[in-house]
Design a protein around this ligand. Sequence first.
Ligand SMILES: Cc1cc2nc3c(=O)[nH]c(=O)nc-3n(C[C@H](O)[C@H](O)[C@H](O)COP(=O)(O)OP(=O)(O)OC[C@H]3O[C@@H](n4cnc5c(N)ncnc54)[C@H](O)[C@@H]3O)c2cc1C
Length: 378
Amino acid sequence: MNTFLSAEQDAFLARCRAHATEHIAPLAGDLDEGRHSFRDVVSGLGQAGLLGSFVAKEYGGQGAPFVNLVLLAEALSEFDPGLALSLAAHAQVIELLSKHGTDTQKSRYLPLLARGECIGAFALSEETAGSDYAAMKTSAAVSGGKCILTGEKTWVVNGSVANLALVVAKDDAAKLSIWLVDLDNADKSKVEIGSNRKKLGLRSAATNDISFKGLELAQDAVLGSSEVAETAIREAMDVSKVLVAAAATGLMNSAITHSVDRARTREQFGGNIGKLQAIQWKLADMSADSSAAKLLTYRAAWSKDEAPEEFSKDAAMCKFYAAKTARVHSAEAVQIFGSLGVSDDEPIEKLYRDAKVTEIAEGTSEIQKNIIAKEVGV
Ligand SMILES: Cc1cc2nc3c(=O)[nH]c(=O)nc-3n(C[C@H](O)[C@H](O)[C@H](O)COP(=O)(O)OP(=O)(O)OC[C@H]3O[C@@H](n4cnc5c(N)ncnc54)[C@H](O)[C@@H]3O)c2cc1C
């Protein structure tokens, strides 16, 4: 299915799949068990010229359409969807810097982010500020050309592997602002990065809490201004939602391949289970819904470049629909595999675990439905 893809993008997807097959497939189990992380794969992606597709040419990227990054996320997710979540956090930082960074900030970080020599993280959520992130308490107190950052961020993807974090805080007027924190050079006594959270799925994406204990930043470490912060946060979240939708569609590609293979080869009652209509219909539903989710995801990626006024709505729709499709049909894949579906010797149980997390990370399904409902005008 390549309705939205040019010949170049088809070729790019083939390159991404070849890279994932050679470099990610052998690591998939270790990635899930935390023995490898995004850090171990990111420089390979950078060297292969896959990571910076979405960075402008003048800053060392390829200046390709956003669809290309979505294709990379989909290809990686056929083996490990957690990588797409890490990629989403990295892409949020690229998006924020590209749109709102000063020339100095862009020249300093974008080439490194494009090559995978710098990993990005986006710190928005807090213990008491999840869906309602504006209720955050982290403060950025500005005076005398300095900013003092104080607060505790939770669930920061790439927290333990990132070099650069974009941290959202409230200024003295209680307005949101976004701060660049160079984690490599920050005062280590003022920044505490928690251990990797143990979670149901998408485990390869290191997810950490980060405390800032009066960290001093230069005032020019601010991204844009508090006037654009709300818009910038929404733009960053829209980008990551589409990449999480790509995680869901990539994992469904894998669920379909494994399930069809199992249906063809598993024999019960004197024939393979793929001859049973009960199994055929599961595969038909899985295939139709996955194709619809993929089309919505490509459409949202296309909107970012070609119909930006529709991007927020399309990003919410693809995230909501692809995550639901992955959750429902990865469960059906488990059913097709029977007892092997719940065995951790087979890849199916991991797909099921990973799928559920796509309904929560980067904005829950309920919040996506709120966004869609607002767009339809109720
Ligand atoms: C794997 C993972 C990765 C993450 N990565 C990051 C990251 O990199 N950076 C970061 O800052 N955060 C990150 N998060 C945090 C994530 O954005 C929040 O978990 C998410 O926004 C939900 O917030 P919450 O967990 O506090 O749930 P809550 O907001 O407490 O929601 C609980 C339930 O109430 C529902 N609900 C809440 N408000 C409404 C409403 N208005 N209407 C309808 N239903 C509602 C929710 O949908 C949900 O079902 C990550 C989370 C996970 C699980």
